[in-house]
Write a protein that binds this ligand. Structure first.
Ligand SMILES: [Zn+2]
Length: 249
């Protein structure tokens, strides 16, 4: 710019007053032109930046749409430990693409009104749930990581009941730290089954499973129906969960 003005001055100087006038006009035109070019590029950059931001925002929105996906399965099982216990076994599998953070696992109980002992005052809680003794945040990695939660069930627990095809079910949920909930349901035991479980030598069907006495260690455990285990006419077998002894059936 300065070189240009110097060149113009040298050119117009010999012309005296008119030369200076022409030089001033030329410099003014040049300044306006330079300012215009500057603004043009500023505007162009601003448009590019706005487009870039819009694209970025769109990409972020797409990323947030990737949600946690859990597969939750729950069933009552009989555990032959030193005592005979009925457990609600809740299996949670992260089937999605991102890590899940679970803050709460619960099975729904009937909401009872409680009376405060020694008074006429009673209160009804908003919710009544069966939870694990320790509720800590559980991190579950994506692509199939699994977590199993076992809750010991007593016969007098009053689960919320819904009926399907003559069978009683109850339900519960798994809640993420984000507040998203995944519901599950499980089949309840009939009074007859609870009676049978109470017997010292319980040998009935339980949750669709059959009892088996291990010929290795003598403990009784439950297995799937042998007819379902048998594959391609091969003899079915079962492995003892206690001593790993394999019994042919
Ligand atoms: Zn065994």
């Amino acid at each position: 710019m300065d070189i240009l003005i110097t060149a113009l001055r040298d050119y117009f100087a010999p012309l005296g007053f008119w030369g200076i006038l022409l030089l001033t006009i030329c410099v003014l035109i040049l300044s306006v032109f330079v300012a215009f070019i500057g603004d043009y590029f500023k505007l162009k950059n601003a448009i590019t930046l706005a487009n870039h931001n819009a694209k970025l925002a769109k990409e972020l929105a797409t990323k947030e749409k990737v949600e946690v996906q859990l597969g939750v399965k729950a069933e009552l099982v009989l555990k032959h430990t030193d005592r005979k216990e009925v457990w609600l076994e809740i299996t949670i599998i992260n089937t999605g693409e991102i890590t899940a953070f679970i803050k709460r696992i619960a099975a729904l109980l009937e909401i009872d009104t409680h009376k405060i002992v020694g008074t006429d005052i009673s209160f009804t809680p908003d919710v009544s749930e069966l939870n694990p003794k320790k509720q800590t945040t559980i991190e579950l990695k994506p692509h199939g990581a699994e977590y199993v939660c076992n809750l010991v069930i007593k016969r007098n627990y009053r689960f919320q009941i819904h009926e399907k095809g003559g069978v009683n079910y109850s339900k519960g949920y798994v809640e993420l730290t984000t507040g998203k909930k995944f519901e599950f349901e499980f089949q309840l035991l009939s009074e007859k089954t609870w009676d049978a479980v109470a017997q010292p030598e319980f040998f009935g069907e339980f949750s669709g499973k059959l009892p088996h006495k291990c010929s290795g260690c003598g403990s009784v455990f439950f297995m799937r129906n042998p007819a379902l285990i048998a594959v391609d006419g091969k003899k079915p077998y079962v492995t003892c969960p206690h001593c790993k002894h394999v019994d042919a059936l």
